[in-house]
Design a protein around this ligand. Structure first.
Ligand SMILES: *[C@@H]1O[C@H](CO)[C@@H](O)[C@H](O)[C@H]1NC(C)=O
Length: 637
């Protein structure tokens, strides 16, 4: 199956399937070899014309659903940590698929639904829960057409049932499974699975299932919520030869996001960002050069006039702008401990995100490698604890912080603690609902263990290195007595300046964020890491440029509290991301349960908080560099 994509997207897509990590090597089958069909979580999905109505997922073998089990009971298929965290629960199934061996209407099992479980299943159908199977590790999907671009794709998963226009809920108990296989270089003993499509049907069988009832299917079945219903599950398998190769078998599953829109928006924001950065740079350089020349000239006059009574002394007194605050600009900000902890963690997230995107760009995190993204992020974040500790310690030392023990202890505990507690609380909701989306308790323990055994010691080591390193010396001395800060003009007040500064980096990532949100909440596979990588770069440049500009204006207005102001202003980007999530919530989702709302808001808050720390740190460090630079270039007696 060929997807029409524009040339640049074609450049990125093959890259993603060029590498595979061990464990995802292709499996070849001979005719009549058993091909495993595994089942994953039952997840709600957005319908073709309806919004997403729930985010609570269930284990495939939840008793109420009554799906057929293997004779010797379902077994867990081993998974990576990232895969578990992202909600995969893969188990074995009773389906028997034999390579190149067609079957029609094989009976799987019978299940008698009680009234209560019928009600449970019917509610699930109304919420759009869908089944997620995998054959040879490849998700079973349905053919779909993107409504915007008209491009075909395979949408992973298929619905448990469907609601008729009359409001009846039909339950799907027959599956037509179409498997595309590829013969490697014409060798009939090297057959590989390269595509899986399932068409589910609802059939009210009366009596035994025969070839007759398969030819002329009976009418749909509805589960009776009062009396209960007995259901016979059947399936057919059709093997279809295909020319798709194993390496490109995931391609049809990628949602055909219009690459043109992405390029358009990316080039758009790239132009805006470059324009912005150039403007900021040129304005600043010119203004600074003028300032510095003036300051140094005044110094000169000042020296010349030292002997006589000076009429110009007034002129020196009138000296204005950022030089005036030279004795305060490196004054320790309020709450240096908290700021240094945020900055340490920000640096850690910054490097982690950069590395993750590089890996993704090189194709190591191909979507066919389930959970690789989550796993690599956790591993990187854990090991980058050393960067977090080091940065936090150096910043704290530069701020002349004294509670260095607290700094060392809290850097690896405070922010991760917030993240983990939120995560844990949200999981409690899922546990209460009996959802399989809840991360198992053992996985939680594993995470805590990894945290305390690897990350915390590494962070301590980083802190030790950071505190041993010489303190970053400010270029100017700090006065004993703090200056009065004149009242700010409207735009430089904290809130307006935050809102103004934060919106620009948000603007740089806005379109890509929309695609990522759609993937996260609509069960679509995101693969355009090239775009994401470029967007990350644009976001960094914008945050840095606008924050530096704001800090310049702030210092010119004789306000020297640039540390927290730069962090908070750039961090406001996280606030906009949360706002965006709220808009998405109102416009694209219609969640039916309280749990759904709580989970959505909770996860959005968590992601926004991490972005707050990330962009805030970018803003702070670029401002720090800027402030060091400008005060180094003036003479102060
Ligand atoms: C299986 O059925 C499909 C669809 O009817 C057909 O195209 C294909 O040739 C059959 N394959 C085998 C191996 O019989």
């Amino acid at each position: 199956m060929q997807l029409r994509r524009s040339a640049p997207a074609l450049l990125l897509a093959p890259l993603a399937s060029a590498f595979y990590l061990p464990g995802v090597a292709p499996t070849s089958y001979k005719k009549d070899d058993l091909v495993p069909l595994t089942v994953n979580t039952i997840k709600p999905a957005a319908g073709p014309d309806g919004p997403l109505r729930s985010v609570v997922s269930y284990d495939y073998y939840t008793p109420e659903f009554g799906f057929c089990k293997p004779a010797d009971g379902p077994k867990d298929v081993s998974e990576s940590l990232g895969s578990i965290l992202f909600g995969d629960r893969i188990k074995t199934s009773p389906f028997e698929l034999k390579m190149k061996h067609n079957e029609t209407c094989k009976t799987l099992c019978k299940h008698a639904y009680s009234g209560a479980s019928a009600a449970f299943v019917n509610e699930g159908i109304r919420n759009g829960v869908s089944l997620n199977w995998m054959v040879d590790g490849l998700p079973a999907g349905q053919r779909a057409i993107d409504q915007v671009t008209g491009n075909p794709y395979y949408n992973p998963g298929f619905f448990v049932g469907q609601e008729t226009p009359e409001g009846k809920t039909e339950f799907n108990n027959h599956y037509d499974i179409f498997i595309e296989y590829h013969e490697v270089s014409g060798d009939p003993d090297h057959l590989r699975v390269v595509g899986v499509l399932v068409e589910p049907y609802s059939r009210h069988y009366t009596g035994a299932v025969t070839a007759e009832s398969c030819q002329r299917p009976p009418p749909p079945i509805t589960l009776d919520e009062a009396a209960g219903t007995e259901v016979t599950f059947t399936y057919s398998v059709y093997w279809l030869p295909s020319s798709t190769t194993w390496a490109t078998r995931m391609d049809p599953y990628f949602y055909p996001y219009s690459a043109n829109i992405q390029w358009f928006s990316l080039i758009n924001s790239a132009i805006v960002v470059i324009f912005l950065v150039l403007t900021v740079a040129s304005v600043l350089v010119r203004a600074l050069r003028k300032d510095i020349a003036r300051y140094n000239r005044l110094d000169q006059i000042n020296l010349d006039d030292l002997s006589g009574t000076s009429a110009l002394e007034d002129g020196v007194q009138e000296d204005s702008g950022w030089k005036l605050v030279h004795g305060d600009v490196f004054r320790t900000p309020s709450h240096p401990l908290l700021l240094s902890i945020f900055l340490g963690n920000g640096a850690q997230i910054f490097v982690m995100a950069g590395f993750t995107l590089c890996f993704a760009l090189l194709g190591f995190l191909s979507p066919s490698n389930r959970g690789a993204l989550g796993t690599i992020m956790i591993i990187l974040y854990t090991f980058l604890g050393i960067i977090g500790g080091y940065t936090s310690a150096r910043v704290y030392k530069a701020m002349q912080g004294e509670k260095w023990k607290l700094n060392i202890a809290l850097t690896p505990l405070f922010v991760p603690g917030i993240v983990f507690s939120t995560f844990f609380l949200l999981n409690l909701f899922l546990w209460a609902r009996g959802s399989s989306g809840a991360v198992p308790f053992t996985t939680m323990l594993v995470i805590i263990l990894i945290w305390f055994v690897i990350s915390v010691p590494l962070s301590f080591a980083g802190s030790w290195l950071g505190f041993r390193a010489p303190a970053v010396e400010p270029p100017v001395r700090t006065n004993q007595i703090p200056r009065q800060i004149p009242p700010p003009t409207t735009y430089l007040k904290p809130i307006p300046s935050m809102l103004l500064v934060g919106i620009l980096p948000f603007g740089a990532i806005f379109v890509e964020l929309h695609f990522v949100m759609n993937s996260l909440w609509s069960n679509r596979i995101y693969y355009m890491f090239g775009f994401l990588f470029l967007c990350y770069g644009l976001m960094i440049m914008t945050s840095a440029a606008v924050t530096v500009l704001m800090v310049y204006f702030l210092l010119c207005s004789e306000n020297y509290n640039w540390q927290w102001r730069s962090f908070l202003a750039a961090g406001t980007c996280g606030g906009y991301i949360f706002l965006n999530a709220l808009i998405y919530w109102v416009s694209n989702l219609s969640l039916s349960s309280l749990t759904g709302h709580v989970l959505y808001i909770g996860y959005s808050l968590l992601i926004s908080f991490l972005f707050f720390i990330l962009t805030g740190s970018i803003g702070y460090f670029s401002s720090w560099w800027f402030v060091q630079k400008i005060y180094k270039s003036i003479k102060i007696d």
